[in-house]
Design a protein around this ligand. Sequence first.
Ligand code: ADP
Length: 522
Amino acid sequence: MLKCLFVSTEVAPYAKTGGLADVAGALPKELLAQGVDIRVAMPYYGMMQGKYFDDSAQSPINFDVFLGWKQHNVSIFYDDKIVPTYFYKNDHFYYRGGLYGYDDDYERFAFFCKAVLDSIQYIDFIPDIIHCNDWQTGPICVLLKDKYKWDKRYENIRSVFTIHNMKFQGVFGDYALNTLGLGGEYKSTDKIEFNGGISYLKAGLVYADFVTTVSPSYVEELKTYEYGCGFDGLLRDTVSSRMVGILNGIDTEKYNPADDPYIYEAYDVDHIWNKEKNKLEFQKEFGLKQNSRTMMIGIISRITDQKGFDLMKQTIEGKWFMDKLMDLNVQFVLLGTGDYEYENMFKHFNYVYGDRARVFLDFNEALAQKIYAACDVFLMPSAFEPCGLGQLIAMRYGTVPIVRKTGGLKDTVIHYNYQTKQGTGFEFEDYSGYWLYQKIKEAYDCYNYDHEDFKQIMKNDMSQSYGWNVSAKKYIRLYESVLAISNLWNQANLDVTNIWKECADEIYRVKVNLGKYINNDM
Ligand code: ADP
């Protein structure tokens, strides 16, 4: 049985700041269902303690982790109600108000990486694959390969590293090397040096046995100067042959309009008219004018430039974007937190448009689900988007997405075609407020004057499958291929020239076909 340790610094439902938590909550669940012996590893943050299982009833595994000359204790708790999960507790590092953004993040996550690796000696689980996610877990890949391999227990473990967002690179000063227990030679361009600093993300890219990202389009984009965030050369030259894109899914049990405890009225594709009740109740609860025929526009997002909020500062035909938008007979609902400048802008619009706009500067999952169910259209005009889950959740709730054609948005939303009646939303390509407005206007006209077409898009959205079934199979193929390739490498290293040649051919064949093989429709 394939054994995988899935390592992430956020996992739904325990701790979440964005899509990574959704993936780390749902993908392991599906892998478990498909027969993988999977365990999840995550930090035990202060805000989770005592909420999900009774930790006072457990005797955790305890040991010390060495970070340079410092020594910190870790206690590992375990719970398997959802997926078998190890929780790494150290209150000095994880008993804080949030998950990220602290001056000692380099130490907090170096600690987590080393604790995860060291714990393999104590938890009675030696994985075949350690699946790392984003920069916080990148150091695992370099440490495994260069520092732990001499130990038999680690010798055959392989690593897979998934990029959920290339923009977050975990770049720190040279002091991070000492913390990780790596020598000065690692500050080199072929190792983990990046722009004069040390990058945890690069540790994942360079040292993982295989690299994945969360949509096929994002793989290609990452190799370009525009999207590569400084890593495009590395990806084109050395990572490209061991990198694929596997599209994210969503947890269809959690996001299910037919059975969602947070929404006002359950509905499915055969009872789509019940969706309207969610809008009416939402309007009532939050003081918007009750009218089932007013198009409600929703956004649920981190409020940053990445998500296209700079487009909403622009002027169109002499008016501020938001003023122009609100000239239409629409209601506007936003839930999110982020950059101060945008938060202020939306506070202003919340004030100016009284009974037609509601802005919630908050992170609130229950409210998010209400908004997904209540709105008619969902905006995601991202500058770049590795996969994007917001649009998938919106479509699952029959809420029509208006997206910019980039990354995973391009792979998951199809522009509606009035002739063939196929398509799932509205897309625009040029990154400009003008085009965003044009697409909202197109959706608005469709909603108001082509009811049947709008209903058709909603039905198309709700009839698709968004689960993890297919993508989880691709991950399994990937894990198996990584193990097969590394076994071949092992044989090749051990044996004489002839065998090496045979293996080399085989390795080449597997490598060339791997991308195609993993992404083949199943
Ligand atoms: P990201 O780049 O932030 O990971 P995704 O679209 O991939 O973007 O995933 C965002 C996830 O976080 C979705 O599940 C979305 O519903 C959720 N989310 C974003 N902002 C909020 C918020 N303020 N409150 C509740 N959920 C949120």
